[in-house]
Design a protein around this ligand. Structure first.
Ligand SMILES: Cc1ncc(COP(=O)(O)O)c(C=O)c1O
Length: 408
């Protein structure tokens, strides 16, 4: 991949603040957008605009065609069928869809168990807490090993005949761990449990194949993979979607409506009620085209190199501690760190102010884990396909300088 050439596609990378270009290391929160994605949003609003699945006129046809094509592209990206791809707002809504739909189906009974991991994002914890209160299911947590990898022995010990759902992340947004998703799917299925995979931090960074991994459900967000905000994916196996009741009711998700009864639309639209985020869906298609053109394998390789390099560089910075496996083979392109001499928010502010470097600080929407590691929160640098080793050098230098001047 020619990174310098790729960088030219990202308008934000061309901007300077106080004479310095942005070093954008907050990719796990959301990624930057390339020009073709911005153009796709613009094209929809300036040349199409029509609603989907409603009119027979030319613009409505065009709108429906492009919006549906994006479902197909998202399906191709993870080796799923078009009708298995439901567009939601984001990963969070995808998990809510799953929870409410299974709840309304009466899938869970008192005493059933749901198994998540200790490092889950709030979006894969809080929805299940609703079921703890409403159905009295028990939420169990698989712990981590000392190197922040998932403790598979603990998983084997905690899964049982009572487990109805295992819901675990593929790549952590905090400690960066990559989990053995295929192995977990097998263990879940061997115990007659369903398996949901949170791919919010893996779909943007590596090839994904639902036929190989075999999850029953998979959730991810477009905005973390070059796409716009407000669009996400809920994937489920077709036979699951056929059984599951809709989560939202109203226009477009119906086939026929009588005064007191209705029938549902074909998949995936049974789960997409009301006017959707059309521009977002279409531009997500442009983002997928961009990623596919580069090749997910090439993106993964570039990021592995960046991760390896950043781990080496950051271990040279005095007074910081890393909270991740410190092994590029076991983790995604994220380095979580903290310093006893300076709080994470102060560090993030200082990096921004001194050198126009954007990182994330705080609890990272994973408070049960991060608050245990540091009650004040931690700092996170996260990389994507357009980042470079040179940026990592500047970041490490800036970090060292700030700690030596402002650190206690
Ligand atoms: C692992 C993981 N899961 C879920 C989410 C939620 O994504 P969204 O805010 O797009 O719903 C995030 C976002 O940071 C995440 O990193």
């Amino acid at each position: 991949m020619n990174i310098e050439k790729i960088r030219e596609d990202f308008p934000l990378l061309q901007l300077k603040h106080k004479g310095k270009p942005i070093i954008y290391f907050d990719n796990a929160a959301t990624s930057l957008k390339p020009q073709p994605v911005i153009d796709a949003v613009n094209h929809y609003y300036s040349e199409i605009t029509a609603n989907v699945h409603r009119g027979v006129h030319r613009m409505s046809e065009e709108s429906s065609k492009l919006y549906e094509k994006s479902h197909k592209k998202a399906g191709q990206l993870i080796n799923a069928k078009e009708e298995e791809i439901i567009f939601t707002k984001n990963t969070t809504e995808s998990f809510n869809l799953l929870m409410y739909s299974l709840f309304m189906q009466g899938f869970f009974e008192k005493g059933d168990e749901i198994l998540v991991s200790a490092m889950e994002h709030h979006s894969n914890i809080v929805p299940w807490q609703f079921l703890e209160k409403r159905v009295e299911v028990k939420l169990n947590f698989v712990e981590l090993n000392n190197d922040y990898t998932l403790d598979m022995q603990d998983l084997e010990e905690k899964i049982s005949g009572k487990t109805k759902l295992v819901s675990i992340m593929h790549a952590s947004n905090t400690v960066a761990t990559i989990t053995p998703a295929k192995e977990i799917a097998k263990i879940a299925h061997d115990h007659n449990s369903l398996f949901a995979l949170d791919a919010a931090q893996s779909a943007p960074h590596m090839p994904l194949d639902v036929k190989k991994i075999n999850p029953d459900f998979l959730c991810f967000s477009a905005h973390k993979m070059l796409g716009p905000t407000g669009i996400g994916v809920f994937y489920a196996k077709k036979e699951m979607l056929e059984k599951m009741p809709p989560f939202l009711y109203g226009g477009d998700m119906i086939h026929t409506v009588k005064r007191h009864s209705s029938t549902w639309n074909r998949l995936p639209y049974k789960f997409e009620a009301g006017t959707p985020n059309i521009a977002g869906g279409i531009a997500f298609g442009a983002a997928i085209d961009y990623l596919q053109k580069l090749g997910m394998q090439n993106i993964e390789r570039h990021e592995k190199e960046l991760t390896k390099y950043s781990l080496e560089k950051m271990q040279e910075v005095e007074d910081i501690e890393l909270f991740c496996p410190k092994d590029a083979e076991k983790q995604g392109a994220i380095v979580m760190f903290g310093s006893k001499n300076m709080e994470a928010h102060d560090l993030a502010l200082a990096l921004d102010e001194a050198d126009n470097i954007a990182i994330r600080s705080g609890m990272h929407c994973a408070e049960p884990l991060v608050s245990k590691l540091d009650s004040e929160g931690l700092a996170r640098a996260s990389f994507y396909l357009y980042n470079t080793e040179k940026e990592i050098d500047l970041f490490a230098e800036s970090l060292q300088k700030i700690l030596s001047v402002f650190g206690k």
